[in-house]
Write a protein that binds this ligand. Structure first.
Ligand code: ADP
Ligand code: TYD
Length: 224
């Protein structure tokens, strides 16, 4: 019996970790068989190439590495996580909550491609790579946490680098052009693939964590 896969997606600092943890705790308290996963899987060796990419070993600008090449690093990391950590849980009917997924490649890598036809071709290639070739499951429900870059940047300003623990930013976070185009492209893919958009900002300010979560929870209950 196939399980359910719920993905929380959004640009850097949009509240994915906060909201995926809340959803996990709430469903656990309701007695559901639930597991939380996150990507990149920084604690696993499978994220080695992702770490090299994000710290700039292949080029200091996100555009130095093509959407195709960079996506393949993240896809391998997901394959390793799926196969070794949650395949059997999912296949026995569990509910899996993912903080980022293939959807992050759709947001952050597709944003490197400006021509719409070429971007669509990339998105098709990506779906084939991750869902067919690597055989990881397709999400049942994707939430896009809509936080414009000017607000998310305020949130991430003081944040430590997740890989090194130091204050330098990864090559995505440190690149204003990448942050802007990723946000714009996130709306494009969210509309194209029917993701559920959650407006996290009202009157220029973040809504409260609880307020945002109530939208996510209502939609989840409706769709589970
Ligand atoms: N609705 C909110 N209002 C204010 N601060 C928030 C909100 N949601 C998350 N945060 C804070 O913003 C920071 C980034 O949140 P996080 O959940 O780690 O985002 P992400 O996983 O998308 O990078 C954290 O310090 C978190 O506590
Ligand atoms: C999981 C994943 C992340 N990314 C990008 C998104 C982020 O800019 C960067 C690092 O991810 P992450 O550490 O989740 O960033 P944050 O916590 O700041 O939201 O990698 C991809 O391009 N593809 C992927 O499949």
């Amino acid at each position: 019996m196939k399980g359910k896969l719920i993905v929380i997606e959004g640009v850097d600092g949009s509240g994915k970790q906060t909201q995926s943890e809340k959803l996990y705790r709430t469903l656990l308290n309701k007695g559901l068989k639930v597991l939380k996963i996150e990507f990149p899987d920084y604690k696993s060796e499978s994220s080695s190439l992702v770490k090299m990419y994000l710290r700039g070993d292949f080029g200091k600008n996100p555009d130095d590495v093509s959407a195709y090449v960079a996506s393949s690093f993240f896809a391998v990391d997901r394959y390793a996580s799926y196969t070794t950590k949650w395949k059997s849980f999912y296949e026995s009917g569990g509910v899996v909550i993912a903080d980022r997924y293939t959807t992050a490649n759709m947001v952050h890598q597709a944003s490197k491609i400006t021509d719409e036809k070429e971007r669509d071709a990339f998105l098709e290639w990506l779906a084939h790579l991750e869902f067919e070739m690597y055989g990881i499951p397709k999400p049942d429900l994707v939430f896009f946490l809509d936080v414009p870059p000017e607000v998310s940047m305020e949130i991430t300003k003081e944040r430590k680098n997740k890989i090194t623990g130091a204050s330098e930013k990864d090559i995505h976070e440190g690149d204003q052009h990448h942050l802007d185009t990723s946000y714009e492209n996130a709306h494009y893919v969210a509309d194209k693939y029917g993701w559920t958009k959650i407006s996290c900002v009202a009157d220029g300010k973040m809504r409260s964590k609880e307020d945002i979560f109530s939208d996510i929870y209502l939609e989840t209950v409706d769709r589970l």
